[in-house]
Design a protein around this ligand. Structure first.
Ligand SMILES: [Zn+2]
Length: 302
C-alpha cells in the first residue's frame, strides 16, 4: 500500500532571495534550499519549480510524497483565489500564482502574504498560544496576526499593512502617495533613502559605535517608529505576544532594548499605557528561524 502523502513544502519569495523548505509529517524541517529571486513572472515560476526539484532530490522524495506547497510573497494576496497583486519588488503586478504553480507541479498550492506567513511560522516555531502579532522590520514595516492558531487575512488581503499609516502630515513623501508614513522612518528602505544608500544593519551598528550623528538620528527614528508600531498593535489587537522579526532584527539587543525603553518611557508618562505592559509583550524571533517558509508550508488547509 502506498503511504499517504504527508510532506509539506513552504517557499518564502523575498525581494532578493527565495527560501524553500520541506516539513515532514512531524513538522520537522527535512530539506532546505535558498535561491536568488529573479524578477518577473516567468523567473518567479522557474525559481519555484527549481526549488521543488532540489527539495525533492535532497529529501529523496518524489513529487507524489508532497501533500501541499505553500508560498509566502510580498504584496496584496487574495488567499482564497491564490492571486498576488502589487508585488513590485519582484516585478509582478498581478499573477494567479497558486494556479500557475499548481499547473506546473501538480501539487495543491496555497498563497499568503509573506508577513502573514511569517506570523504563522513564528507562532509555530516559538510555540506561542493565544493572540500573536508579528512585526516585520525589514525593507518595509508590516505586521501579521495569528489568533488561537488561525491567521488573520482580512477582507482584501491588506491586514497588517501598518507601514502606510501616516503618522506625520508634514513628514517625508512615501512612494504610496501619502506623506509621513511609518515606513518612511522605520524601515530598511528609509535607512537607504534618508541615511545612506548602502545602509544595512551591520553598517548602522558600526557607524553608531563610531559616533556618527546621522547614524544616531536614523537609529533613533527607527526605534521610535518600531515602538510606535508596537503601541499600535497592542492598542488594536491586545495580543499576548508581539514578535519582532525581519532583516533589521539583526541589530539585536540595541534595537530590542531601544524599543522597550521607548515603550517604558511612554508608559511612565501615562497610567493608561503603563497598564498595558507593552514592553513585556515583546519577544524577538530567534536568529535563523525560517518563519515565513515554515508558515507558508503550514498555511495550506486541504
Ligand atoms: Zn506610504
Amino acid at each position: 500500500m502506498t503511504p499517504e502523502p504527508c510532506a509539506r513544502i513552504g517557499i518564502d519569495i523575498g525581494g532578493t532571495s527565495t527560501e524553500a523548505l520541506m516539513l515532514n509529517d512531524r513538522g520537522s524541517i527535512e530539506a532546505e534550499v535558498q535561491l536568488d529571486t529573479e524578477p518577473g513572472i516567468e523567473a518567479v515560476l522557474d525559481t519555484v519549480e527549481r526549488a521543488v526539484a532540489i527539495l525533492s532530490e535532497r529529501s529523496g522524495r518524489s513529487l507524489s510524497d508532497f501533500v501541499s506547497l505553500g508560498i509566502g510573497i510580498p504584496g496584496q494576496v487574495d488567499h482564497e483565489r491564490g492571486i498576488v497583486r502589487h508585488a513590485y519588488n519582484i516585478g509582478v503586478d498581478e499573477l494567479a500564482l497558486a494556479s500557475a504553480v499548481q499547473g506546473r507541479i501538480g501539487i495543491p498550492v496555497s498563497l499568503d502574504n509573506d508577513v502573514t506567513a511569517a506570523a504563522i511560522g513564528a507562532a509555530q516555531l516559538m510555540q506561542l498560544d493565544g493572540s500573536v502579532a508579528y512585526l516585520n522590520l525589514g525593507t518595509g514595516i508590516a505586521a501579521g496576526f495569528v489568533i488561537d492558531g488561525q491567521p488573520m487575512r482580512g477582507a482584501h488581503g491588506v491586514t497588517g499593512e501598518i507601514g502606510h499609516l501616516a503618522i506625520d502630515p508634514r513628514g517625508r513623501a512615501c512612494p504610496c502617495g501619502q506623506r509621513g508614513c511609518l515606513e518612511t522612518v522605520a524601515s530598511g528602505s528609509a535607512l537607504r533613502s534618508f541615511w545612506r544608500a548602502d545602509a544595512n544593519g551591520r553598517l548602522l551598528m558600526s557607524e553608531l559605535a563610531a559616533g556618527d550623528p546621522g547614524a544616531e538620528d536614523a537609529f533613533e527614528a527607527l526605534v521610535t517608529g518600531a515602538a510606535t508600531a508596537v503601541r499600535l498593535l497592542v492598542l488594536t489587537l491586545d495580543p499576548h505576544t508581539v514578535v519582532i522579526g525581519g532583516g533589521l532584527r539583526m541589530l539585536g539587543a540595541p534595537l530590542l532594548d531601544g524599543i522597550r525603553d521607548t515603550l517604558d518611557a511612554w508608559a511612565a508618562a501615562s497610567p493608561f499605557l503603563a497598564n498595558l505592559n507593552m514592553s513585556a509583550r515583546i519577544l524577538p524571533l530567534p536568529a535563523n528561524s525560517p518563519a515565513a517558509a515554515v508558515g507558508a508550508a503550514l498555511s495550506y488547509r486541504g
